[in-house]
Design a protein around this ligand. Sequence first.
Ligand SMILES: [Zn+2]
Length: 282
Amino acid sequence: MKNYLIVFASLCLLTACSIVSKSELQRVQQTQVKQHTTALKKKTTIPSKTQEIKRYQNRKPIKWGVDVPGVVRKLPTNGKVIALTFDACGGKHGSGYDKAIIQYLNKHHIPATLFINSRWIDANPDTFMELSHNPLFEIENHGTEHRPLSVTGRSVYGIQGTKNVSNVYNEINGNAQKIKKLTGKFPKFFRSGTAYYDDIAVHIVNDLNEIPVNFDIIGDAGATFTTKQVEHSMLRAKPGSIIILHMNQPKGDTAEGIQKAIPRLLQEGYHFVKLENYLKTK
Ligand SMILES: [Zn+2]
């Protein structure tokens, strides 16, 4: 009888323990769900323009260029991977579509990142939607008016930069909102028109939940390179290289150049990846 009582008491204890651990488990799970929801909310909330103006209006930039701290120029890996990035700049002389590039990438299942400007989207609405539905590509932010990103109005190559914090905010967020509206997704990466930034502008890009991304290899120099030059430049790629090319100048030789270089890079054991595969976003 005594033994039965001990067994009964032990069973009760075990059951109680399992009830406690079950409710504890539920509590932990609920906390995790709560934390996840908060993280998601955080991700979609960006500071207002007024908040950013208040934060930065009295700060003077000290750096300017394509290689400013905080701007990613290579993937953080020693693996034999390369990120191809194609800019579509838009504007009067930059709204063409080099279909041969996309056809080649599609045919050979080569993924790529497409940095697209608002003006290019307006000039090529159907193509933009088609590209956004293609899982080989990620659509990223190449600005609203394609301006060098400056809080003091600095220019480069004769292109007027943004003039103040408010302009910088609009240049980033204008196109981000457009892309979100059309595709349902906010862009994760930003490349300014001309790829120039000052250090304050880099902070603002980060505040708006995007990562500024440039390159370590100039693939086509604004689609001005010959086929041979594109090929030679691309063959200089190293593990983790980010190559900048253009998909908005069909008269250029970029399509021909990549068709020479890509098979050789594949032969050397390289794989092509999208930025999102290697760069951590918030
Ligand atoms: Zn551009």
